[in-house]
Design a protein around this ligand. Sequence first.
Ligand code: ZN
Ligand code: ZN
Ligand code: FE
Length: 809
Amino acid sequence: MIMENNIKKSSYLIEIEGIVQGVGFRPFIYGLANRLKIAGTVSNTTGGVIIKTGSLSHVELLSFIKNIRDKSPAPSVIENISSKEIPQVKYHSFTIEKSSKTENRFQLISPDIATCERCIEDIFNVDDRRRYEYPFTNCTNCGPRFTIIKEMPYDRPYTTMDRFKMCSRCRAEYSDPSDRRFHAQPNACKECGPELLLTDKTGNLIDKKDPIKRAAKLIKEGKIIGIKSLGGFQIVCDAVSEETVKKLRKRKSRPAKPFAIMTDDIEWIRKYYRLSSRETASLMSARAPIVLLKKNGSTYPLSRAVSFDNKYEGIMLPYTPIHHILFKYTVYPLVMTSGNISEEPIASGNDDAKERLCHICDHYLIHNRDIYSRYDDSVVRIFMDKEMVLRRARGYAPYPVKINGHLGNKSVLATGAQEKNTFTILTRKYAISSQHIGDLDTCRSLEFFEDTLKNYKSLFGLDDFNITAHDMHPDYRSTKIAIESVKDSHSLFPVQHHMAHIASVAAENNLECPLIGFAWDGTGYGTDGKIWGSEIFEVNSDLDFIRVGHLMEKALPGAAAAINKPYRMTAVYLRELWKRNNDDNMGLVDYIHANMAHGPATMEEINAICSQIKTNFNSPLTTSMGRLFDAVSSVLDCTHINTFEGEAAISLEMLIEEKYIDDIFKRDLKTIEKKYRYDTIIKKSSGKFIIDDFNLFRQILDDRKKGTRKGLISFKFHNTLACIVLEISMDHGISKKIKSIALSGGVFQNNYLLSLCYALLKNNNFDVYTNLKVPVNDGGISLGQAYFAAVKNNLIKKGENYNVPGNSC
Ligand code: ZN
Ligand code: ZN
Ligand code: FE
């Protein structure tokens, strides 16, 4: 120790955890240290960033750390800074040391980052010979990260850029600490970096000189182009041409599910969509997700076939140089959809794309920078002024959710659900959810799952897990993967689907229980072997779940057939009404047929459905909320057949007349509770709330017969459900003194329902929580499984700051 003017001076070791690699962190520290006249070194290790300083006073140390926290580069995230005194070291200057591999250390990984302003300037600077219109321009503040990392630490030889040898000028930028491209691992230019080509559908070269300009011309002519983007292929076409969009729908076998679009013109967006400052911020963020924006009712500027009657549009801004250059030559918005067939994983390799997308694309823009990890575009909406992630991939994964407590040296794997699959690894104080993998119905998605899990295990330095959590459904592929992956079956831990939904809300909000959880969705395997989907739980402080309510049980005739064909559920509801009270004295089949809307159901099919239910043939019992939405949607002649998951429910939400939605939050909510709703019958049976949804359905049918406008019926239907949430919360919450309500499950993707539940509960002094960081749909299941399994196996230790050397600042 040195005493100078009676001030104690020491050397310090400062350790920084978080996303601090591949985000310009070391050059930032280098610049900061020079400015503050601090000598020492900074280095990347597999554990984070380590700074060693020369002699500093304690005040100087604190000021250095404060500056690190306050001024760190935008894409970085600091989770923890710790410091400790070390034996005196004499340094003459501040230097950046070579990366070192430290075994058994853990480090967070940066998601890919949208092209930054300064790189955009480079791309459009005609005087910049090396980077003018160069589609792989990037710097330490932007560009690919997670998608190109093969191993840690994040250094060029461990990325898919290893095959490109930097030219002398790129090398000079890379080695100059004052350069924006200092240690930018994917740094490249026209001379030395990856190349883009335009080919025809069979792979013949069309253009090598101006491939993007040429592609823009082809798009204008109505062609459909497959573009190799950051995390996989995107299928791109003109979003204005009705003919082209319809052609794409036909080729992609996607009749109705809305397409996302891309535009570079924020003023165009403002003209046709409602755009809040929070939505603008999300659109323009470095994560650059698809943001769901509400159409503002002015003349629709795109082909109707882009999103049909959906009130929302999925819109994103350009996020790679390829997109920016494409929009230089394109003046209208483009459809930009994942390069896959239905729910299969996105194609990422050139050959893979040519094989799988050959029936869809006329041309391809391909390149030779390999994509190591596939990565779909993420989808968000703004809810209550916060970003709510509905599909979590590019820009978000593998950034973790921080949990309350830590796991020490233990870890948990959760394999997620069958649909919208993600897995989650719980280690230290982090829940690391994988990017969206998709539905596990095909060999390709299973391969994607296996590859991604292998990658995460390697990147985060994990071999084995103490617990492997999975869904209770015996037929989910994710359950089978869990069972096959463990050496010892004692480490398996099944988690009920809806409990996982609610546990995910507890995990991401660091919630202290007790709480009441509403887990409403389409399908989930119950502890009694029935198909649940409208579950209401009381959750106590030990995370024990008591099922305190649900809809009435009913048959699901034909199981999957009933899920795909909402009119079959209409028949189920009508059958019960006939049994309860048939005023017309009609036969069962006649009654159902007479009361169904003009759907595709024939007398023969209705007959078959009825005998299927009567004989219990392939008709499991369900309490699914999703199926109630289906039945109502079909009886209102809205959607009879689901061509994608949730279609009937979405179209029912879209029926609600806009004037009602606009008014609702300005109005006294009491009017909704009293006037714009149906009567509810909630029976209490052996301590459970049983919601009589047949009674609700009967009132909807009566309203339809009276000729009530469908927009009003849908409005009243949604309001009734929100009132049910409030009534049960009040009843159970007051008797049990519970103030926290958790809402999760695919049904709460319904923006109107979620907003109204939120408003009603808040109005009655409840604290309301839902999923924002992970999807409220089955994409969030794995987080809930992992957290629930860790709590139940006593793996989470609260309060101690584990594995952080020195004093935490
Ligand atoms: Zn940049
Ligand atoms: Zn170069
Ligand atoms: Fe679910």
